[in-house]
Design a protein around this ligand. Structure first.
Ligand code: NDP
Length: 449
């Protein structure tokens, strides 16, 4: 089980397996980072002496709580809430909340662990954390979602604050949910503490570009990877899985940059539109009417819908997984490469299984792992915090310009770090090492805490 891991980090990984039985997504995320770190310990013995890897794998604090609420029929429902405050070496804990029935501690810890390195890569002063609940917002009325969010925040408010821990959205948590949670926090604390949550509405402290940031940022990252190969999005056939926040704004930016997205999906099926996805229609169905993606064919008769279909079977040159973890397995990765895919940019967190990652890396295509490629979302959350702290609001153009610069810097940092550590072109190694070194240096400076 520990094959392929450098002996200098093997002990840390064994401890993770022992302490977190059954948390398979967490094991996967830790292993993927540790596999890159052997050469770093050889270069920085102080990290080894200070047991930085062992400390970084163990969250600073894990909170699990009951979330009782009443549905529209008056029946009592109980969900479980989580917040993992993973690492505060670089700033207040920062990371989204996920509301999805699959959420359990192992998912929150995998996401929180990834978040530490992602946030470090942005170069901004934010630590890593993540949270959520096994609540399923799908099919719930607005009032039910509001009652759930209020109950969730009634407990979570004890642990968060603009200098402590600043949650945001993730799967199942968008502007509506953030609004209800912000309202409840304000009510309970009697404080208008705008910087306690990001992803807020534009009318009450939100930042322009935050909604678009993850999708736009991932697309910028892929633009940089293509530029290294003297290529661009112009005329490329692209596939974007999912049809939520990240997918929608990935499609928007790809279309702006001259690419054509021919397929998107949700957890029930796949839409294939050879003429190019009609994004206004997807926005209407998903953002405004909260409908399923299969309804797309009611309006675009030539498009095909395949219930339970596999989006990665559709040939493309650029693939942007933007739905969920482990959505591309080894077979899917092989199919993508065989069909001529030259670049993969992960909008979702850990969407490719370890077998899939190996295939992408061995094939020599441009592969941008989530913790680097999708860091634009949290980076723009940090820009929202800056605007809240200075009681200012920036223009769309200025904020988007900052986002584009940040993504360029992340790309350059990953590229140069990979080269420095003898893995030219391997963004996995570059992202893991560059993120880790920044956090590790701060941890050494803070002493044994
Ligand atoms: P949304 O809830 O807005 O959308 C999620 C999309 O993915 C939906 O189309 C959903 O379909 C689909 N999906 C979710 N779970 C599954 C599943 N188990 N199988 C198949 N499809 C699924 O979430 P986001 O767009 O915000 O997040 C998407 C990904 O991006 C996640 O991995 C998230 O962690 C990551 N991410 C998000 C950031 C953000 O700023 N929002 C920042 C960085 C990363 P359905 O409606 O059927 O469930």
């Amino acid at each position: 089980m520990t094959n392929g891991i450098d002996e200098k980090v093997r002990g840390a990984y064994e401890e993770v397996l022992r302490r977190s039985t059954g948390e398979v997504e967490f094991h996967q995320a830790v292993r993927e980072v540790l596999e890159s770190l052997g050469p770093v310990l050889a270069k920085y013995p102080e990290f080894r002496e200070g047991k930085i890897i062992e400390r970084i794998c163990e969250p600073e604090r894990q909170i699990i709580f009951r979330v009782p609420w009443q549905d529209d029929r008056g029946e009592v429902q109980i969900n479980r809430g989580f917040r993992v405050q993973y690492n505060s070496a670089l700033g207040p804990y920062k990371g989204g909340l996920r509301f999805h029935p699959s959420v359990y501690l192992g998912i929150v810890k995998f996401l929180g662990f990834e978040q530490i390195f992602k946030n470090a890569l942005t170069g901004l002063p934010i630590g890593g954390g993540k949270g959520g609940s096994d609540f399923d917002p799908k099919g719930k009325s607005d009032s039910e979602v509001m009652r759930f969010c209020q109950s969730f925040m009634t407990e979570l408010m004890r642990y968060i604050g603009e200098y402590t821990d600043v949650p945001a959205g993730d799967i199942g948590v968008g502007g509506r949910e953030i609004g209800y949670m912000f309202g409840q926090y304000k009510r309970l604390t009697s404080r208008y503490e705008a910087g306690v949550l990001t992803g807020k509405g534009l009318g009450y402290g939100g930042s322009l570009v935050r909604t678009e940031a993850t999708g736009y940022g991932t697309t910028y990252f892929v633009r940089e990877m293509l530029a290294v190969r003297k290529d661009s999005f112009e005329g490329k056939t692209c596939i974007v899985s999912g049809s939520g926040n990240v997918a929608i704004y990935t499609i928007e930016k790809i279309h702006e940059l001259g690419g054509k997205v021919v397929a998107c999906s949700d957890s029930n099926g796949v839409i294939h539109d050879e003429k190019g996805i009609d994004l206004d229609l997807v926005k209407r169905l998903k953002e405004r009417e909260r409908r399923r993606i299969k309804d797309y064919t009611d309006y675009r008769k030539h498009a095909k819908y395949v219930a339970g279909g596999n989006i990665w079977d559709i040939p493309c040159q650029v693939a942007m997984p933007s739905a969920t973890q482990n959505e591309i397995n080894g077979k899917d990765a092989a199919t993508l490469v065989k069909n001529g895919c030259i670049a993969v940019g992960e909008g979702a967190n850990m969407p490719t299984t370890p077998e899939g990652v190996k295939i992408f890396l061995a094939s020599g295509i441009a592969y941008g792992p989530g913790k680097a490629a999708n860091a634009g979302g949290v980076a723009t959350s940090a820009l929202e915090m800056q605007q809240n702290a200075s009681r200012d609001s920036w223009t769309f153009e200025h904020t988007e310009q900052r986002l584009a610069e940040i993504m360029k810097n992340i790309h350059r940092n990953c590229w140069e770090t990979a080269e420095e550590f003898g893995a030219k072109g391997n963004y996995v190694v570059g992202a893991n090492i560059a993120g880790f070194i920044r956090v590790a240096k701060a941890m050494v400076a803070h002493g044994l805490i």
